[in-house]
Write a protein that binds this ligand. Structure first.
Ligand code: NAP
Length: 493
């Protein structure tokens, strides 16, 4: 009898010929294979491939996005292809037969991961079809991995959730927010809770404001037809940005276990001050890029000139917002968040600005005192820096800012966010996936902004490509006496 391996699994990957699978999922699976995970993959999509053509595609993906070694032939032998239009209910029978066969062949213990890397409209029907075809009455465990976006607003997300709950329990649903797989996003809790020097001052007595930026230099590119119906609010704020807010602001969980951590994140999302139609106007900026020059000298098109974008499009390619978290820890501390395309640099970072030391007359000779800043660099740099004041090396007194840096770049074993998340899913650890109440509260917040934009004719502010967003984004902070800190290792225009 074979040894029981409860981590063995069949991975049924819908959307196996898509961009995400090619760029992220195959390299992640290859790394997991090297780490002794036992799985077989059934790639599902419409195009008319056979197993060999599919394996060749997987191999090409690894050659382009990974570093295949001698074991790659063995790896791709575990890939099988099943051509299926996911709307064709009857065609799922053959998929079940193949899954059952591979389960035996590779001794996969009847465990199944259904990974939906498909357009969101397919999430609900595929889930029901899996059930009708008997694919979810497998003998081992079953898990559903769902890509973003999870709905388009609270109502559609609720409907989707109700449908998938007909087939999977909440504990079996793994809603992907790939930011939660990033090394430094996972590090936020360790930096905060494992270091009493930070946790002790992580509150409104010592912190002036928190700034979270996720900027891209790319425009919409090939995703234009999708993006033009989505925008930065839905694409970034609803998930990644609010997740980073929650992790930065949450209370220490009672234990470092999945549901306790998620409970604390939910409390933060529940404490975000709701926005009304009136407050959206002075708390949220929506922007769209126009033609401009990127820092490398490239002149790029404006958003409305991009292919597959409506010439009159009102889609937000930039959002900045000021949030307040109305609880004991954070009362009065603004959280500023911003995200956008075609900005000066690609960067995701969290800046914690501490309150000023008393200046004159106390520090008469120290006119250059700067606030202390703790910066968590999420990407592309991974690390931490702490900005402090020190005495100038001179007889004249005065201070200079100094920075203590920690760079993670050479420490990581190179695991990608997707590798960590798929590994977690195989192990049944859903900590770094979003629970339904987190998703619902995020939509509730985002819906209030979308509604105000729609109903109150709030302007769309234009910004030149290659800049850090519209002037109104800077004014948002200026009216509170703050300013955006320049991104690390880059200069704002
Ligand atoms: P994509 O490149 O458009 O791929 C879509 C996949 O779905 C293809 O494999 C396509 O294959 C398959 N497909 C389409 N219609 C089908 C049908 N009726 N029946 C069966 N298969 C069908 O999309 P993607 O960029 O990979 O994105 C997939 C998911 O990941 C989406 O939810 C997206 O929002 C999310 N996501 C993507 C990225 C990214 O970087 N790409 C990042 C974050 C999240 P056939 O044409 O052969 O059928």
């Amino acid at each position: 009898m074979s040894e029981v391996n409860n981590n063995a699994t069949t991975i049924i990957l819908f959307g196996a010929t898509g961009d995400l699978a090619r760029r992220k999922l195959y390299p992640a699976l290859y790394s997991l294979y090297k780490k002794q995970n036992n799985f077989a993959v059934i790639g599902v999509a419409r195009r008319d491939y056979d197993h060999d053509v599919f394996r060749q595609n997987v191999l090409e993906s690894l050659q382009n996005h990974s570093n295949p070694g001698d074991d790659v032939e063995d790896f791709i032998e575990r890939f099988y292809y099943y051509s299926l239009d996911v709307k064709e209910t009857k065609a799922y029978g053959g998929l079940k037969e193949l899954a059952d066969k591979l389960d035996q062949q590779y001794d996969l213990q009847g465990n199944r991961i259904f990974y939906l890397s498909l357009a969101p409209d397919f999430f609900a029907p595929v889930t029901l079809n899996l059930k009708d075809a008997g694919l979810t009455t497998n003998t081992g465990w079953k898990r559903l991995v769902i890509e973003k976006p999870f709905g388009r607003d609270l109502q559609s997300a609720t409907e989707l959730n109700d449908t998938i709950h007909q087939v999977f329990d909440e504990s079996e649903i793994y809603r992907i927010d790939h930011y939660l797989g990033k090394e430094m996003v996972q590090n936020i809790q360790v930096i905060r809770f494992a270091n009493p020097i930070f946790e002790g001052i992580w509150n409104n007595r010592y912190i002036s404001n928190i700034q979270i930026t996720s900027s891209e230099t790319l425009g919409v590119g090939e995703r234009a037809s999708y993006y033009d119906h989505t925008g930065a609010l839905m694409d970034m704020i609803q998930n990644h940005m609010l997740q980073m807010v929650a992790l930065t602001a949450m209370e220490p969980p009672s234990r470092f276990v999945t549901e306790d951590i998620r409970d604390e994140k939910v409390k933060v999302l529940r404490s975000i001050r709701p926005l009304t139609d009136a407050t959206v106007a002075n708390s949220v900026v929506r922007g769209q890029y126009t033609r401009g020059t990127m820092p490398n000298g490239d002149v790029v098109k404006g958003y409305r000139e991009e292919e597959n974008v409506n010439e009159q499009s009102m889609t937000d390619t930039f959002v900045a917002a000021r949030l307040f978290i109305d609880n004991f820890r954070w009362a009065g501390v603004p959280f500023y968040i911003r995200t956008g395309k075609r900005m000066t640099a690609k960067s995701t970072e969290i800046v914690v600005q501490f309150k000023d030391a008393p200046k004159r007359p106390y520090f008469n000779n120290f006119n250059d005192l700067q606030p202390n800043l703790l910066v968590i660099h999420v990407q592309p740099d991974e690390g931490l820096s702490l900005k402090l004041n020190a005495k100038k090396f001179s007889t004249g007194g005065g201070s200079i800012p100094i920075t203590m840096n920690f760079s993670n770049t050479n420490q990581d074993d190179g695991a990608s966010a997707y590798e960590r998340l798929i590994q977690d899913c195989i192990h049944g650890d859903s900590t770094n996936f979003t629970r339904w109440d987190e998703v619902a509260l995020s939509w509730q917040f985002v819906d209030s902004i979308a509604k105000a934009w729609k109903e109150r004719n709030i302007p769309l502010d234009r910004y030149e490509a290659g800049t850090m967003g519209p002037a109104s984004s800077h004014e948002l902070l200026a009216k509170d006496g703050h300013h955006w800190w320049p991104l690390t290792k880059t200069t704002e225009k």
